[in-house]
Every structure is written in structure tokens, then in C-alpha cells.
Design a protein around this ligand. Structure first.
Ligand SMILES: Cc1cc2nc3c(=O)[nH]c(=O)nc-3n(C[C@H](O)[C@H](O)[C@H](O)COP(=O)(O)OP(=O)(O)OC[C@H]3O[C@@H](n4cnc5c(N)ncnc54)[C@H](O)[C@@H]3O)c2cc1C
Ligand code: SF4
Length: 468
């Protein structure tokens, strides 16, 4: 601990957001990074606690050595701090941008937790800028071949670790570019796509082979000594409303993917221009849709959430160091307030019916209020129906598990939650087959997918080393 009184002297200061109206005119990074001096100041707030909750099961799933690299950062030893960070974190340039930072909420400084995410991002970007990030090519190869199916964070983390352990790794990805939801899902303003491509290039230089536009093919995979399935949790939950076949209804990830593809090709992507938009789902994906339709010049945006609004402060049933289940206003909602003058979120409400014209194009939606029954279910409130104009509806209601194709192809059974989760909680599905990421755990977070991909790689490594 470099500075004993840092946490008393300095207030928590996160990277600032660019002005909401200014950032709505582009898809660039939302934040303005801070300089070395502020970062050192923020790192000095870390108390190097005897029991660092930031690293515990409540905090960082990668168990990053947070107090150690905060101390090095405070002391100006940036290269050493980065080395310490990279001991556990495979891709800090992703987590430094998109992680909700479980470690900060579990920090002993509670609501004023150390700005670990911004500190991490500063270190990795400094590393790339200064040329400290070098190719890590294994000096010895094992002669074993591993295949990874899916190139989201879980697949990338598994491929990275297996490659560093000396195995020859091929990643099969059905999309035209690697990255999974990092590439097609999470919008550019949260994670610029050049950042994903920079990491893929580095992994290629380190020896990982990416085969894009290629679905998993069990026959082709027979040639590999281990296969790690990282296909994600990609079966979207739909709505139980009338006329869901209308034109103008789209799943959130499909819409966000279409936008990113158009941006990467330099094409027009104003798919929501002039339209009244309803986003169904009050979570983070819904917020990403709100931010994106606003950038595309929508006429209005409303975000529906069937559950009640979370409380403003923690309840007694949700104490520190648990993740706080409290009301958060994210970037998209802030931008909606700047444009529309009001928060787009409407709670305890769902869609009952889609209104269409004679060509089956969506023109509006009948929405209805919900209330909780004594049994804890949400039910419609009779007489509370209302019609909203709507030409584009984006469904961001979560995922019900992995797609059926991979389990069917490999003769595997999913659990009742649609996951390829082995009964013993391991990653091994039998023989040389392993699973990781959202495909194994259900929809989660980038940092959890990274940790799970690494854990699967370690299991696969033990398997690969168990015979010659
Ligand atoms: C819109 C959106 C925004 C999000 N924002 C955040 C955020 O800000 N922070 C955060 O922590 N988490 C966020 N998440 C969650 C996070 O992105 C996921 O938890 C994470 O990407 C899961 O990683 P994964 O590697 O398991 O799967 P995925 O990222 O889903 O990758 C799976 C890959 O497998 C490929 N694939 C599937 N089937 C096959 C096949 N048969 N053959 C070949 N390839 C196949 C897919 O094309 C895909 O590329 C977000 C999720 C969404 C939907
Ligand atoms: S809990 Fe907070 S203050 Fe303590 S070591 Fe972790 S980051 Fe530092």
C-alpha cells in the first residue's frame, strides 16, 4: 500500500462521459480517459485490505491481483503494474470497457469503491501505446490439436490459454468476424470494434488460427484431440403477444449486429430513423438498444420492463459486498433524457398486442400494466391498456439457453435451463468434449465468460497431458 491516507484524501473519480448530446452524433467511445496523474491518485485510494473483497467470490471472477497492481500504479511503476494485471486478466482492454466491475461494488470502500476498471483500462492502453504488449509465442509445442467452437470472450480466453500452454489451437466461428458478442452485440460506443480486431490480430500472430464463416462440424472435429464448445446462450426469449409475426419486430442482438455490420462497411445504418421505437426489456441490452436507436434519429423511444423499478438504495436483503440490485441509469437512458426530456423506462408494463396495417407492417402496440399476484407472478391489470405508436419493436428480454444445433450435432443433452452444464459442475461433457461461457452457465457477463473459458482450457489441458 503506497499511500496510507489515499482513500481519505481523494474522492472516487471515474472516467467522465462525453456530453450526451455530443456523443449522440457518433458511435465513438462514450468516455474521456483521464491522465497518469489522476490514475495514480485513484490507485492510491486502494487500502491493500487484509481481506480484499475485490478479489473474493463477490468481486472479480478472474481474481485479479487488484491491490498489488493498484499499488504499483500509484508508485509510477506502470509496466510492472500491467505485468501483474496480465497474470490473471487475459484481455483487460475488453473488461476495462464493458465490465460492470463487480470488484468495485465488493470493495471495502463500498459505494466509493476504488476505480479498478478505469485503472485497468489505463494500464492496458498504456501497454499497447508503449509497445509493452508483445506476442507471447510458446517456445515448446505439445503436438496436440485443440478446436474451440465460437469466438466470444469464452472461446477467445480458452484459445489464448491453450495456445500459451503449447497446444495448436483452431477457432471455428460461424460469423464473418471473430469476437462473438464483443463484435456483434455490444455496441461500438461501449467497445470500439478496432479494439476487438487488435486482440484477434495479436492472437493470430501468437499462433491461434481463426476460421470464420465456419459452423461446428463434428466430422471435421474428429481430427482434434480436444474440442471446447463456446457457442454462447443465443436463443432469445420472445413475447407472448398477439401478431408477433408483424414486420418491424426484431430481436435486440439481430438489430445491434445489423447496425455494427453497416458501420464496419461504412454504410448507412439509420434503421430507426423517424420511427417510434419500443424496446422490450429494461436490462443492459435494452439500454444498448435505446442508445443505438437515438443515434439513428428515432422519433421516440420507450423502454418497457415487466418488473417493478428496483429500489434507489440497497435493501436489507441485499447487503454489501453483494452486487447492489438498485436502480441504475445507464448511458442510453441518460441520452434519452437529453433528447426527449424524460426517462424512457416504463416499469410493470408489457406488450399485449401488435397493431398492423393491411400489409402486416407494425403501426403500434397495445401495452398493459402488470401487478404482482400473492403467488409472486406478474398479471395484467384489467382496463389499464394503452396504445402507443410504434414502427420498430426491439425485443431485449434475455435468452433461454443455447441454440439446439450444437447439442443435437454432438448428441448432448441440455439441462432444464438450456445449458450444456455437466452434472458435476465441471467443464467436461465426456471424452474430449468441453463447454464454457454462456453456453455452459447461461447468459452472463464478459468477465465471467473469460474466467469460464480459462477454467475449461485448464481442464482440457489436463486431459491433453494425460496421454502421449
Ligand atoms: C447486447 C448485449 C450487450 C452486452 N453487454 C455486456 C456488457 O456491457 N458487459 C458484460 O460484461 N456483458 C455484456 N453482455 C453479456 C456478454 O456479452 C456475454 O455474457 C458474453 O459475450 C458471453 O460470451 P461467450 O463467449 O460465452 O458467448 P458469445 O459472446 O455469445 O459468443 C458465442 C459465439 O459462438 C458462435 N457460435 C454459435 N454457434 C456456433 C456454431 N455452431 N459454430 C460456430 N460458431 C458458433 C457465435 O457466432 C458467437 O460468435 C452483453 C450481451 C448482449 C446480448
Ligand atoms: S477491497 Fe477495495 S480498497 Fe481493499 S484491496 Fe480491494 S480495491 Fe483496494
Amino acid at each position: 500500500m503506497g499511500k496510507a491516507t489515499g482513500f481519505l484524501e481523494y474522492a472516487r473519480k471515474e472516467n467522465l462521459f462525453r456530453d450526451a448530446r455530443e456523443r449522440l452524433s457518433d458511435y465513438e467511445d462514450l468516455h474521456i480517459p483521464q491522465g497518469a496523474e489522476e490514475r495514480a491518485c485513484q490507485a492510491s485510494r486502494c487500502m491493500n485490505c487484509g481481506v480484499p473483497f475485490c478479489q473474493s467470490a463477490f468481486g472479480c471472477p478472474l481474481h485479479n491481483l487488484i491491490p498489488e497492481w493498484n499499488d504499483l500504479l500509484y508508485r509510477g511503476l506502470e509496466k510492472e503494474a500491467l505485468e501483474r494485471l496480465l497474470e490473471t486478466a487475459p484481455f483487460p482492454e475488453f473488461t476495462g470497457r464493458v465490465c460492470p466491475a463487480l470488484c468495485e461494488k465488493a470493495c471495502n470502500l463500498a459505494d466509493d469503491g476504488v476505480t479498478n476498471r478505469d485503472n485497468e483500462l489505463y494500464l492496458i492502453e498504456k501497454g499497447f501505446e508503449k509497445g509493452w504488449i508483445r506476442r507471447r509465442v510458446p517456445t515448446v509445442r505439445t503436438g496436440k490439436q485443440a478446436a474451440v467452437i465460437g469466438s466470444g470472450p469464452a472461446g477467445l480466453a480458452a484459445a489464448d490459454l491453450l495456445n500459451r500452454m503449447g497446444h495448436a489451437v483452431t477457432v471455428f466461428e460461424r460469423a464473418d468476424r471473430p469476437g462473438g458478442l464483443l463484435m456483434y452485440g455490444i455496441p461500438n460506443m461501449k467497445l470500439p470494434k478496432g479494439i476487438v480486431e487488435r486482440r484477434i490480430r495479436l492472437m493470430e500472430e501468437e499462433g491461434v488460427v481463426f476460421r470464420t464463416g465456419r459452423e461446428a462440424d463434428p466430422e471435421e472435429l474428429e481430427a482434434y484431440d480436444a474440442v471446447i464448445l463456446c457457442g454462447g446462450s443465443r436463443k432469445p426469449r420472445t413475447l407472448n403477444a398477439e401478431h408477433m409475426d408483424a414486420e418491424g419486430i426484431c430481436f435486440a442482438v439481430d438489430y445491434l449486429t445489423k447496425t455494427t455490420k453497416a458501420l464496419l462497411r461504412g454504410e448507412n445504418c439509420r434503421f430507426a430513423e423517424g420511427r417510434h421505437v419500443i424496446v422490450v426489456g429494461g436490462g443492459d441490452t435494452g439500454n444498448d438498444c435505446v442508445g443505438t436507436v437515438l443515434r439513428q434519429g428515432c422519433a421516440s423511444v420507450t423502454q418497457l420492463e415487466m418488473m417493478p423499478a428496483p429500489p434507489a438504495i440497497r435493501t436489507s436483503g441485499n447487503p454489501w459486498p453483494e452486487w447492489p440490485r438498485t436502480l441504475r441509469t445507464d448511458y442510453g437512458q441518460t441520452e434519452a433524457v437529453a433528447v426527449q426530456g424524460s426517462d424512457p423506462r416504463v416499469y410493470e408494463t408489457t406488450v399485449k398486442r401488435i397493431l398492423t396495417d393491411d400489409q402486416n407492417k407494425m403501426t403500434g402496440a397495445e401495452i398493459v400494466k402488470l401487478r404482482r399476484t400473492p403467488a409472486g407472478k406478474m398479471e395484467p391489470v384489467p382496463g389499464s391498456e394503452e396504445i402507443l405508436p410504434c414502427e420498430l419493436m426491439l425485443i431485449a428480454a434475455g435468452f433461454t439457453g443455447c441454440e439446439e444445433k450444437i447439442p443435437k450435432q454432438f448428441g448432448l443433452a441440455t439441462d432444464p435451463r438450456g445449458r450444456l452444464m455437466p452434472e458435476d459442475g465441471s467443464h467436461c461433457l465426456g471424452g474430449k468434449l468441453f463447454s464454457a461461457g454462456d453456453m455452459r452457465t447461461g447468459q452472463s457477463l464478459v468477465v465471467r465468460a473469460l474466467a469460464d473459458g480459462q477454467a475449461a482450457a485448464r481442464e482440457a489441458h489436463r486431459f491433453l497431458c494425460s496421454w502421449r
